[in-house]
Structures are given as C-alpha cells and as structure tokens.
Design a binder for this molecule. Structure first.
Ligand code: NAI
Length: 308
C-alpha cells in the first residue's frame, strides 16, 4: 500500500513517521516544493527503521509528481500553518491556491486515489478539493474531527483524572475555534456518561478548552501543533488502507444529512477502503442542532470567500 504526503513540513513528516513505525503502509512518498526538504525528512525517518523496527520504504521528492503514481491514499498537508493570534480561517488566500494545484496534480498520477485534506481552513479546503477535482464525495475526506475528538478526550481525561483511552467522545461541526461542537452529552467513560462524574459547569469548561485546543498550542509553540495532527492523519489513513471501518468524525460533503447541503463539515463517518463508507445519522438535541446549523453557516460563509 502506497501513501503520498504532499507537504513534508511538521504535520506531513510526523504523519509519515507514525505511518512508518506503525507499519500502516509499505511505501510512503513525501513531496514538498522546498528543494531537498522532503528528501531530507524521508532520509531522517528512514534512519529510524532499525531502531524502531519498521520496514516501510520512505522516499522524498521535490515537486516531482511522477514518483507519487498509483498512490492508494494522498494526504495534503501543504500550505502555511497559523501563527499565534491567527485563526485557521485567515490562511484561506494562500492555501486555496496550493490545495487546488496539489489536488489536481496528484490525480494525474493516481486517478483512483483517496484524498485526505489537512490544510486549513480544512472544511473549505476539502470543499475546494472536491470541486477542483470532481471526485465522488467518498474519495475526498477532510481531517479535523479525529484531532479535535482526541483533544476533547485529552481534556476530559484531565477533568476526570482517568486515561484518555477509556473515554469515548466526539467533536462534530466545522474545524474552527468557534465552530466545532464537542458533544459533551454523548461523551462517556467506560460506557458511563461523563455527566455522572462532572457538573455541567465542568463540562462547559472542558468543551471550551477543546475548542481553543489548537490555539493554546499555537500560543505555546509559536506555530501550530504537529504530533497530534500527524497521528490523527495516520489514524485515518490506517482505517482507509486496512479497511478498519472505524467511526471517525470527518469533513465530508453533505447532501441533506444533518439538514445541510453543498458544504463539507465534520460528521461521524465509517472510514474504510472506499474512503467515506457511510455517514452516520446521530440524533442531536435541539441545542446541538442549533449549534450545528450555526457552524454550517460559518463554514458556508468561508466557502464564499473562495470565489472572491
Ligand atoms: P509547515 O509549514 O510545517 O509545512 C507545510 C509544508 O508545505 C512546507 O514544508 C512547505 O514547503 C510545503 N508546501 C507549501 N506549498 C507547497 C506546494 N505547492 N507543494 C508542495 N508542498 C508545499 O506546516 P504544518 O504545521 O505542517 O501545517 C500544514 C497545514 O496543515 C497548515 O495549513 C495547517 O494549518 C494545517 N493543519 C491542519 C490541521 C487539521 O486538523 N486539519 C492540524 C494542524 C495543521
């Protein structure tokens, strides 16, 4: 199984690293526009093989798409990340041009691939990639919910003082500080609703911390995070390549689901060898429905900026 990652920066290279040491794919191609950069990252990752015990072949190329031919999955992590004080939405101008060109280029050499969009503002970039390529909706997947949900589980684990892996929780909606919706009502610890352990005030604080989780890290690091984003992409790629049919919140084109049309936004999906195998309809209460509609409006407004 072959994975191409376009953009060998912090997120792309971390994703390649996780895919390799977890043996998710047999071959990884890192492609970057910066001369020699992807080659260097690939060499560095490859030199971990003996000490971490993996056999994945990792190669790097400078803007040569012929080397990406016949990829099963292509991940787009090319573009600029945000700096402290910036929103994801402020990246649209530069990243739209990059994502459009990259998504068209990869399909020339991998016409049957599944594309995972990571570049921000992710929901809008996913929509753009879909429109630019004309691919069926199951083959363009936006990665945001996997990351936001893992941050939600992290903050719940802190509040509960329990391991994050014993907690189930999901974030849906847009991948933005004010648009994402941590579903506190449905979060559970070992199957027990977390509301049995935490007050509504405590849950509201957890949700608020989750929503600005990315901004918190950007403030601390001086640029946006990469370990959890890279691992979240690898988790998604694993479910595709190995047909795991995991339920993961992903940004996908909606055709009436959740009362929305013609936008890509985060909803729970079954992810397998065909990409989006199914969009799951979870029953939202009135407050959650209203939050989802508001989030969709914000994403739709952002999409409108693509045309200006
Ligand atoms: P980075 O700056 O470390 O890496 C980006 C790489 O893209 C650079 O190496 C750059 O040379 C390359 N690049 C730029 N234009 C290119 C082109 N036309 N073709 C090939 N490569 C090109 O940035 P980082 O931190 O890796 O973030 C990448 C993107 O992912 C950003 O837009 C960031 O906002 C987004 N992101 C999205 C997340 C999500 O949950 N969806 C989470 C974290 C980051």
């Amino acid at each position: 199984m072959k994975v191409t990652i376009v953009g060998a920066g912090n997120v792309g290279a971390t994703c390649a690293d996780v895919i390799s040491y977890r043996g998710i794919a047999s071959e990884v191609i890192l492609l970057d526009i910066r001369e020699g950069f992807a080659e260097g990252k690939a060499m560095d990752i490859s030199q971990c093989a003996t000490n971490t015990g993996f056999n994945t072949v990792v190669s790097g190329v400078t803007n040569d798409y012929t080397k990406t031919a016949n990829s099963d999955v292509v991940v787009i992590t090319s573009g600029i990340p945000r700096k402290p004080g910036m929103t994801r939405e402020e990246l649209i101008g530069i990243n739209a041009g990059i994502v459009k060109t990259v998504s068209e280029n990869v399909l020339v050499h991998s016409p049957n691939t599944i594309v995972v969009v990571v570049s921000n503002p992710m929901d809008t970039m996913t929509y753009l990639a879909l429109k630019a390529t004309g691919l069926p909706k199951n083959r363009i997947i936006g990665m945001g919910g996997a990351l936001d949900s893992s941050r939600f589980r992290y903050y719940l684990s802190k509040a509960l003082n329990k391991p994050a892996n014993d907690i189930s929780a999901m974030v849906i909606g847009g991948h933005g500080d004010t648009t994402m919706i941590p579903l506190t009502r449905l979060a559970s610890y070992n199957g027990i609703p977390v509301s049995e352990f935490l007050s509504q005030e405590e849950l509201a604080l957890v949700a608020a911390a989750t929503m600005v989780g990315g901004a918190t890290l950007t403030g601390l690091l001086g640029t946006s995070a990469w370990y959890a984003p890279g691992a979240s992409v690898a988790y998604l790629v694993d479910s595709i390549l190995n047909d795991q049919k995991k339920m993961i919140a992903c940004s996908v084109l909606l055709d009436g689901e959740y009362g929305q049309n013609d936008i890509c936004i985060g909803v729970p999906c079954i992810i397998g060898k065909n990409g989006i195998e199914e969009i799951l309809a979870i029953e939202l209460n009135d407050a959650e429905k209203a939050a989802f509609a508001k989030s969709a409006d914000a994403v739709r407004n952002m999409n409108a900026d693509l045309k200006t």
